[in-house]
Design a binder for this molecule. Structure first.
Ligand SMILES: NC(=O)c1ccc[n+]([C@@H]2O[C@H](COP(=O)([O-])OP(=O)(O)OC[C@H]3O[C@@H](n4cnc5c(N)ncnc54)[C@H](O)[C@@H]3O)[C@@H](O)[C@H]2O)c1
Length: 261
């Protein structure tokens, strides 16, 4: 098992990519604290995971509540003896075109998507530095952190910030053995992307994805497992694109190429 003896703290762990990451980490022997705002989803997942791994805890909190985050991290160390892996997956959408976007919606998305990622990382790093055995921080960015997502409000700006935050964490904390990496998923089927259930949208997206399918939470959880485990012990400050090739495929969409195969 790749995460035997390690303890993980996963925000947004009640749903989608965070929940699947909790499943995979549990299967690989990690003790896991699942953190989410949604009590019902978090408790249901904890019940499911407890059937195969006794070392599961859930904490219902808002990641923008600094005091709650700080206590939850400390309690996780108390319960499991260490903090080795942090996954920041929580997100709250507040879409809108920039011209119409309210300041409140801009701030809401930045708070959950970027600011909380900073606070969770900072408080986790303090504990990892104290314990002296390093750790792995994995921050969920997006294809939208690499290319602007029109109409998504502050989403692309927050996700681009998450990539740079991960790189800065990686360089500032490398001396403590703490690695930090971002994951940039493309379109993945989760409750966040309910629009993928529309057959027309789905077929259209499949058609423009070089690997020909919509991503699943398992695709991203496998990347998180790699970054969490010692398999990636020399990988830090990286933004790992997990998207079926879509973000690199811009030339497929430009007319006038004469050497298309
Ligand atoms: N699904 C995709 O296609 C996709 C693509 C690229 C990036 N991502 C990123 O992956 C991550 C996970 O996305 P997902 O699709 O699993 O989303 P999801 O909506 O399924 O899960 C997000 C979870 O975050 C929780 N959450 C929201 N606000 C919170 C808060 N203030 N405090 C604590 N928890 C809070 C929600 O309750 C939910 O359980 C996000 O960061 C998202 O931006 C997703």
């Amino acid at each position: 098992m790749k995460l035997d003896g390690k303890a993980a703290f996963i925000t947004g762990g009640g749903s989608g990519i965070g929940a699947e990451t909790a499943r995979v980490f549990t299967r690989e022997g990690a003790a896991v604290t699942v953190v989410d705002l949604n009590a019902e989803a978090t408790e249901a997942l904890t019940m499911e995971l407890t059937a195969t791994n006794a070392n599961i805890r859930s904490v219902v909190l808002d990641v923008t509540d600094e005091a709650a985050v700080t206590s939850a991290l400390a309690e996780s160390v108390e319960a499991f003896g260490s903090l080795d892996i942090v996954v920041n997956s929580a997100i709250r959408m507040a879409p809108g075109k920039l011209i119409d976007l309210s300041t409140a919606d801009w701030k809401l998305l930045i708070e959950v998507g970027l600011h909380a990622t900073f606070v969770v990382g900072r408080e986790a790093a303090k504990l990892m530095i104290d314990q002296g055995t390093g750790g792995s921080i994995i921050n969920l960015s997006s294809n939208a952190g690499l290319a602007p997502y029109p109409g998504a409000g502050a989403y692309s700006t927050a996700k681009a910030g998450v990539i740079m935050l991960s790189k800065q964490q990686a360089i500032e904390w490398a001396e403590y053995g703490i690695r930090s990496n971002a994951i940039c998923p493309g379109h993945v089927e989760t409750p966040l992307t309910a629009y993928l259930q529309d057959p027309e949208v789905r077929a259209g997206r499949e058609a423009v994805t070089p690997l020909g399918r919509i991503g699943q939470p398992e695709d991203v959880a496998a990347a998180a497992l790699y970054l969490a485990s010692d398999d990636s012990s020399w990988v830090t400050a990286h933004a790992l694109v997990v998207d079926g090739g879509i973000v690199a495929s811009i030339y497929n969409h430009l007319p006038g190429r004469t050497w298309r195969s």
